[in-house]
Design a protein around this ligand. Sequence first.
Ligand SMILES: [Ca+2]
Ligand SMILES: [Ca+2]
Length: 197
Amino acid sequence: MSPFGVATPAGQPYKAAPSNYSGTETVSSYDSDVVDWVLVSLRTNISDANSVVYKSAALLRKTGTVTLVSACPLLNPSQSYSVVVEHRSHIGAASHQPIAIVANKITYDFTLQQSYIPINVPSSGQQKVGSVYCLFAGDCSKASFSEINANDATIWRTDNGKFPRYQLTDFNLDGNINANDDTIWRRNNGKFSGITF
Ligand SMILES: [Ca+2]
Ligand SMILES: [Ca+2]
C-alpha cells in the first residue's frame, strides 16, 4: 500500500445504513482472487423485503463465484426461495424465479439470464455484457428505491482523486477513484431497480 492508502476496514462492509446488516462475517486474510463482499439473501416473497429468511455477507471472487463464510441456513426443503444479491456500489438483483432446493443446495447463476423485473415496474434489471448478465455499477448512494442518479455522482465528486482505498465510489473496484469510475456512472445513469431491497 502506498503512504496515501487507507486500510480497508475489517469484516463485512454492510453494517451501516441502509443495509444495517450486523453480521460478524470476517476473514483473517483474503484469498488473492477475492474482489469484494456481497450481501446474499433468500426470500419467500420477492415483493416483500421482510420475507427474508436468510441473509449473509459473502466473498465475491474474480470468476464471479460467491463463497459463504458463515454457516448455511436450515430451510424448509419443500419451499422455493428468491435469491437476492446486493452490492455496496451496484444495483442489486434477484433470481428470475424462486429457486428450489436440490440435494440440500440452492444453486443460482446470475450471469446466465436476466434477473427478476417486476411486471408493474419495468426497471433495468441487469446489464448484459456480451453473453454475461452483470450488476449495474454506480449506485453508491443507496435509497429505498435503488437508482443510479445525480446523488451518486455527487458522492463520486467528493471522492475523486483518492487512492488507493476501499471506497463506495470506486465503481470499477480498482482501488482508485477517478474519471474511469465517472465514465461508468455516466453510462449507467438512470438505471434503476423495481425490487425493494
Ligand atoms: Ca443511487
Ligand atoms: Ca476506480
